[in-house]
Design a protein around this ligand. Structure first.
Ligand SMILES: Cc1ncc(COP(=O)(O)O)c(C=O)c1O
Length: 446
């Protein structure tokens, strides 16, 4: 009879063979196969890690959570990490931790948070969901980032925090934002969901503010299928984010804690006001929480993906440059993306805005690309205040949202993810060339 280890090794070897056989049959047919804007990039290592974790059949958070959290915190140079089931949940945890009554500097209902309206909805939603008031400032037309020059004039005595995304991987103007935050005693939450491995002044995005969030959905820089994380250097915020993720409980034992008396060794000997003496710490709730945990299976994939991050980043940069170079001769018709001098972006995608004076509309170029099976996306909600679900939200606007509206009207983005190889990039560039040849000449001849 074979041992468990022998059987496991055989299964994993077969998984490797399955991956290799699928890859051998892969072929790209231009014009027929979709050119995705993003997608999961993996090899047999991720598949084997997933299957190996499945064979353990532990399923909920365990050893792989510890390993992935440690390696992500190590990569980012941050002290504490809380894994979540999505980037949206990570944002919810970050803002909820800031609002936890147990946090010494906590925000109160009605306090204001400066943010942008050219946003992914779940960067904004936790502000609303926690009873805070978003104050919208405009973004820049070419960096697509919060216009840091506009933050100060939007502040009131109620403003307590700034929360924004490094848009599509392009680092926000961090030195200006951090000095404003310091001057006005504001918390900073960096939504780094689209910007893992992007840097500003040589420092990784997500390492400037009080909390940073990450998404590991399949479209992102690394993937666990679905998944996310919150990182912080603040032990208080870490404790509250963990509690809120895990039903709001006061106990910080990991799932499957071996010591029946809890990690603290005092599970039945705490005294909490209003509760019977020695009430089981596992069932003491210090926050009104959720269950936003991912599975260990996802963390197992994350461990392998993180090892590939530097190679992914290199490819993202290469792909961005190739498409940027192809588009730059059309800058009279398109606003091309700009990064700050100090920024070193690992782009999530390449955004462009069709200028008002261009002889074609966004609808025309997007429809053309999609008809050639090249995927495009809008810059999320455009101006989220114009979205049906957001028309009645309590908010304040700090200055005109002129560029935000320009984005709603004219911006779309193209993929630069590591799954785009030279063949696909060449195809994209030839389709773009065709479009510009047809649309710029024909209108000029009118
Ligand atoms: C900037 C930003 N924040 C948050 C999220 C939400 O992440 P998730 O899809 O993992 O919930 C996304 C999603 O793509 C995003 O782009």
């Amino acid at each position: 009879m074979k041992t468990e280890n022998e059987i496991r090794a055989e299964i994993l070897e077969r998984v490797g063979e399955l991956y290799a056989s699928r890859e051998a049959g892969r072929k790209f047919v231009p014009g027929l196969d979709r050119v995705h804007y993003a997608g999961r990039v993996f090899d047999e290592k991720e598949m084997q890690a997933l299957i190996s974790s499945a064979l353990d059949f532990w399923m909920t958070l365990g050893e792989k959570d510890i390993e992935f959290t440690k390696s992500l915190c190590g990569y980012q140079g941050m002290k504490y990490g809380v894994m979540a089931n999505s980037g949206s949940s990570a944002n919810l945890l970050a803002v909820s931790a800031l609002c936890s009554k147990n946090f010494s500097g906590h925000l109160n209902k009605g306090d204001e948070v400066v943010t942008t309206a050219a946003a992914f909805p779940t960067t904004l939603n936790p502000i609303i969901q926690n009873g805070l008031v978003p104050v919208f400032v405009d973004v820049e037309a070419d960096t697509y980032n919060i216009d840091a020059k506009k933050i100060e004039e939007a502040l009131s005595e109620k403003t307590r925090a700034v929360m924004f995304a490094h848009t599509l991987g392009n680092p926000a103007e961090m030195d200006r934002i951090m000095s404003i935050a310091k001057r006005h005693d504001l918390f900073v939450v960096e939504d780094t969901c689209d910007a893992l491995d992007s840097r500003y002044g040589g420092k990784l995005c997500g390492t400037f503010g009080d909390l940073s969030t990450y998404s590991f959905y399949a479209a992102h820089h690394i993937t666990t299928g679905e998944g996310g994380a919150v990182l912080t250097d603040n032990p208080e915020l870490y404790k509250e984010a963990l509690s809120i993720r895990d039903w709001g409980r006061a106990c910080f034992c990991r799932t499957g804690e071996k010591n029946p008396d809890g990690a603290c060794g005092r599970r039945f000997s705490h005294k909490f006001e209003g509760l019977p003496d020695g009430y089981d710490h596992k069932y003491v709730y210090s926050n009104i929480g959720y269950n936003l945990k991912p599975l260990d299976l996802q963390c197992a994939i994350g461990v392998e993906q993180l090892k590939k991050l530097p190679a992914f980043t290199e490819k993202r940069k290469r792909n961005f440059s190739a498409l940027y170079n192809a588009l730059k001769e059309h800058k009279d018709f398109l606003i091309l993306p700009r990064a700050y001098e100090k920024a070193d972006p690992s782009w999530f995608a390449l955004p462009v805005t069709v200028r008002e004076e261009a002889p074609f509309s966004r609808k025309e170029i997007v429809s053309y690309l999609e008809s050639k099976r090249i995927e495009t996306r809008m810059l999320f909600g455009g101006n989220i205040l114009r979205q049906p679900g957001y028309r009645d939200i309590l908010h304040r606007v700090g200055g005109a949202l002129t560029n935000t509206d320009k984005i709603a009207e004219g911006t779309f983005f193209l993929g630069v993810y590591p799954g785009l190889d030279e063949e696909k990039l060449d195809y994209m560039i030839s389709v773009l060339d065709d479009f510009f040849r047809n649309h710029t000449n024909s209108r000029e001849a009118d």
